[in-house]
Design a protein around this ligand. Sequence first.
Ligand code: GZL
Length: 334
Amino acid sequence: MKLRRMVYATLLLFALIWETACTPEYVEAPGQTPAAQADPPKKTYADVIIGFAQLGAESEWRVANTASIKETAEELGIELRFSDAQQNQENQILAMRSLIVQRVDVIGISPIVETGWNEVFQEAKDAGIPIILLDRRADVSEDLYVTYLGSDFLEEGRKAGRVMAQITNGQAKIVELTGTPGSAPAIDRYKGFRQILLDYPEMRIVDSQTGDFTRARGREVMEGFLNTYGKAITAVYAHNDDMALGAITAIEEYGLKPGVDIKIVSVDAAAVAFEAMIAGKMNATIECNPLLGPQFFELALKVINGEDVPKWVPSEESVFMAVDAAEILPTRKY
Ligand code: GZL
């Protein structure tokens, strides 16, 4: 009897184990296909904390870029953790480490220069925090960031070269004011411009020096160019409007007419450039769109919710000539 009870108990135990192991979590109704496991609910803007490590406030463009990010976060009700590195890479790296410690859901960054990011980007990846590059690229492997939202700086340089050739009828002695050394826009605007000049042997770059994207440095460097080359200079290519405006001041102080004696082609298409074109002191500006806030947060939420995003989301940009400036200025947002 006792043996029989032991055998029965063992069989009962085995049956229970089998039942548990083989029964799906749900009971299928006859003739029904199994329902998919419910996807986790998607996060909304109200659920997330987004960090942004801005590089500085060096130009009209950067001020407009920061305003777009902050105003959009406000409008969407997003908790934004924002920092300004004051044009110093060490500060930007420290800001990223702070955002990692804060466990934000996504980190956005406009890298001041292309190099020096592998270590801190790897730290963010190890912490499971995705990175979105905004405005400027970083020289890191593609697995260290999710996507790049920004301009084609090479094409901006080409556009500047084409417009310069048009304005000078293919004959010019050009001085160049370059952006922050090592930054993606400075590197590629430099390259793109020269690609076009290969087709114009009568257009020569007589000198090139950085103005670090600021008005003050652009003026100082242009003063130096004028002291060295004087009236031999017939054109200026400035990597941004702030340096172009500094050059305009230097040219006027030297006793020449900017936009007339010395043609000026710049990049950014900030309102101040339209005002200079209306005053006849600048000849063209190549648009580089800073109003990236809405696209940035839309991308960030997709990334947080595990949706696919392209590796590069290019900005839409135009070329603006002096003749059209008065009509267009009222429509500009920065
Ligand atoms: C370009 C941006 C550049 C602007 C400058 O996307 O990084 O930095 O052209 C700004 O005005 O300082």
